[in-house]
Design a protein around this ligand. Structure first.
Ligand code: F6P
Length: 358
């Protein structure tokens, strides 16, 4: 009997998804040859719910190492709605279980971030055999030192900050660069340091706009004619830090502020009198080919997942700890995220470099 392995990618895409899919597939075919069959499920859990799947051929996993995005397609299907029956009257959990059985799967590989892992855990609790793989440019998955996609996004965001330097210098401007990351500041912190940002603002450390402006003005006094501010999209100031999420959102809407970044730029211009511009690279940070680092990591993760398939070790997620690939128990990490801790060494590096953290 052939082993049937389902695979899906869920949540936001990122570079390295295809490299991981390839890693799993090649390692499985290498060890198990014709006795394994891989079933590709389209568009994440949505495809699992709606029965969008097909048996894939070995050649489909060739030539995808360097390709960005995901050959399977992806979608956000929020975990909180999984048990909610909507207008379409579909019981999503029952549908996923039914399709898993119809595909005659021995196990399902779920490539995704925190939301994906929560649903993966739900399915595991419902009796499905699950192996998760940690993907996200946010690098915020609990229990792994790194996720694939993160380092490529750091490279892209760093390139943006590099390029912003020359235009900021030419125009004597303050440039505020918005970097992805709603809850976690890893990407902004790493790209900010790699790109030589003067001010780095992350969601884990509420900022004071006066501190930000003081840092900008101090650079002016040192004879520097520009400043670069790297801002994570989910930042908030020390006043907002005391508010509940809803209150914060209401206050921003009332003030007509669409993003924290645009507000920061406006306030810097008002308070310092310096010409200020915003740059939002947005989804470009998730696009294109994975970096060499991510290709290696994705391949390591894929091979580890293939080992878990062979060992029939389910209810786990692949992880990297102290430079070794390993796994976590899915139920122990699902629902937890990994934010930048206030005592993280990289924050201390930034402070010692004179970078303002807000
Ligand atoms: O989780 C990855 C991420 O890129 C976040 O950094 C960002 O806040 C979010 O996804 C954007 O989501 P979407 O692609 O749905 O706009």
């Amino acid at each position: 009997m052939k082993k049937r392995i389902g695979i899906l990618t869920s949540g936001g895409d990122c570079p390295g998804l295809n490299a991981t899919i390839r890693g799993v597939a090649k390692a499985l075919y290498q060890r198990m040859g014709d006795s394994v069959e891989i079933i590709g499920i389209a568009n994440g859990y949505s495809g699992l719910i709606n029965g969008e799947w097909r048996v894939m051929q070995p050649h489909e996993f060739s030539g995808i190492l360097t390709v960005g995005g995901t050959i399977l397609g992806t979608k956000r299907t929020p975990f909180k709605l999984m048990r909610v029956i909507g207008e379409d009257k579909v019981d999503k959990v029952a549908a996923m279980k039914k399709n898993y059985a119809e595909m005659k799967l021995d196990c399902l590989l779920t490539l995704g971030g925190n939301g994906t892992h929560k649903t993966a855990n739900l399915l595991s609790e419902e009796g499905l055999n699950i192996i998760g793989l940690p993907k996200t440019i946010d690098n915020d998955i609990y229990g792994t030192d790194v996720t694939f996609g993160f380092h490529t996004a750091v490279d892209i965001a760093t390139d943006v900050i590099d390029r912003i330097h020359t235009t900021a210098g030419s125009h004597s401007r303050v440039m505020v660069v918005e970097i992805m990351g709603n809850k976690a500041g890893w990407l902004t912190l790493y790209a900010g340091i790699a790109g030589g940002a003067d001010i780095i603002l992350i969601p884990e450390l509420p900022y004071s706009i006066d501190n930000v402006c003081r840092a900008v003005e101090a650079r002016g006094k040192e004879g520097k004619n520009f400043s670069i501010v790297a801002v994570a999209e989910g930042v908030y100031d020390t006043v907002e830090a005391r508010m509940k999420k809803k209150e914060r959102a209401a206050k921003r809407t009332e003030a007509g502020e669409i993003t924290a970044t645009s507000r920061i730029a406006r306030q810097i211009e008002e308070k310092t009198g310096l010409e200020t511009r915003v740059c939002v690279p947005g989804h470009m940070q998730r696009g294109g080919s994975p970096s060499a680092y991510d290709r290696v990591l994705a391949t390591q993760f894929g091979v580890h997942a293939a080992k878990l398939v062979e060992a029939e070790q389910y209810g786990v997620t692949v992880a990297m700890k102290n430079r070794r690939t390993t796994e976590n128990v899915l139920s122990e990490i699902a629902g937890k995220s990994r934010l930048v801790p206030p005592d993280h060494a990289m924050l201390s590096v930034a402070r010692r470099m004179g970078i303002c953290l807000g």
